[in-house]
Design a protein around this ligand. Structure first.
Ligand code: PMP
Length: 394
């Protein structure tokens, strides 16, 4: 077993010791932290729904009517009509036969991969996929083969020329730390040509991308049956653009029925509180019917990118609200984050192992709740970023 004191000392020494910040009041772009208001650019509340009055009211009403705890797992007696209504709405929204709620995105990825793959199968995974996809692959005991980020040539080579039934290709839709998009058309063509199945984790795309907010697939021009055929297994989360909590898998009725029988992280855990499902349903309606939130968000992203370009900041190839500024070493990332904090902002430094060694960064994210003036204030401060760093821990 790990020697705790030595391990913690090592993390501190390397600038990798993490600390949580204590938030008071609602999630939003102006959280109160340690008693002080900050202008935050690090939440995944992309549409500004986490504290939306209609979402709060749906939660309140449902809790008053349905109680708080769901009492048991879905297969015992925890499956509530609020869950069912949300599953149906998600399936309709995404043009799929069915959807299945999981308690978190992490658990959805573990459960789906472990249920679908086992010894004798192979999983092909983008090297920058979210940790939960990697953990799911390891749990499944299938052979895990990671290809360099978005490198479809390497993926094709790994699959070889023979048919690859028994192979699952797994990718983030929007890469969570870089904001760039998976090469969906190329991945779908490879899956189609080889017989492999493509699974997409669109945690950061759903609600945000596409004219209707249907995510990375809609953005890439895949709709309805074509989207289902290209990506039979679609994962989405509720805790990001939808502003609530939980996750889902969307796909064929057969897939969902199978997962209900076999996904261990679905079967052996307490169902989400029904009131959270009710709140998510309210959020989904807003996300679907208020495209102006996405339009505003897109304008903010454009404004930031244009301003950052003028400042000569190195931007990532990201069309999404995730706009990282790569610092490289941990100390510089921490110094930048601290500098922003001293100037009234909150932008967390992201360090290894969340990102690769040498790629520590500020992960700047935008929300439809930001105003143009917020972006300008951020840019004004980024213009003064110090670029070298004494060692410090955060
Ligand atoms: N997939 C991706 C790509 C993510 O970024 C995250 C959240 N960080 C998850 C899955 C996990 O979702 P949840 O927070 O609901 O567990």
């Amino acid at each position: 077993m790990i020697e705790l004191a030595a391990e913690l000392a090592g993390l501190r020494q390397a600038g990798l010791h993490r600390q949580r910040r204590l938030l008071a009041g609602p999630q939003g772009v102006r959280p109160r932290i340690d008693g002080r208001e900050r202008l935050a650019f690090c939440s995944n509340d992309y549409l500004g729904l986490a504290a939306h009055p209609a979402v709060i009211e749906a939660l309140r009403e449902s809790a008053a009517r349905d109680g708080v705890g769901s009492g048991a797992s879905h297969l015992i007696n925890g499956h509530h009509q609020a869950h069912e209504a949300l599953e149906e709405a998600l399936a309709t929204f995404l043009g799929r036969e069915r959807a299945l709620l999981f308690s978190t995105g992490y658990m959805a990825n573990l459960g789906v991969i472990q249920a679908l793959c086992g010894r004798g199968d192979q999983i092909l995974a983008d090297r920058l996929n979210h940790a939960s996809l990697l953990d799911g692959a390891q749990l499944s005991q299938a052979r895990l083969r990671r290809y360099p980020h978005a490198d479809t040539e390497r993926l094709r080579a790994l699959l070889g020329s023979s048919r690859a039934e028994g192979s699952l290709i797994v990718t983030d839709g929007v890469f969570s730390m870089d904001g760039d998009l998976a090469p969906i058309p190329a991945l779908a063509a490879i899956a189609n040509a080889t017989g492999a199945v493509l699974m997409l984790d669109d945690a950061h795309g759903i609600g945000v991308l596409g004219a209707n907010g249907r995510g990375t697939l809609e953005h890439a021009g895949f709709h309805g049956d074509e989207a289902q055929a290209a990506v039979p297994i679609l994962i989405g989360t509720l805790g990001k653009a939808l502003g609530t909590f939980g996750a889902f898998v969307a796909g064929s009725a057969e897939l969902i029925n199978f997962l209900i029988q076999r996904a261990r992280s679905y079967i052996y855990t307490t169902a989400l509180p029904p009131a959270l499902a009710s709140a998510s349903l309210a959020a989904l309606r807003i996300a679907a019917h208020e495209p102006e939130r996405r339009d505003h968000l897109q304008r903010l992203i454009n404004r930031f990118r244009a301003g950052a370009h003028t400042l000569g900041l190195a931007l990532a190839d990201s069309p999404t609200p995730i706009q990282p500024l790569i610092a490289g070493d941990v100390d510089t990332a921490l110094r930048w984050s601290r500098f922003l904090e001293d100037n009234g902002f909150l932008v967390t430094a992201i360090r290894p192992p969340t990102v690769p060694q040498g790629a520590a960064r500020l992960r700047i994210t935008f929300s439809a709740s930001h105003a143009d003036a917020d972006i300008d204030r951020l840019l004004d401060t980024l213009a003064k970023l110090p670029n070298s760093a004494p060692k410090e821990s955060q």
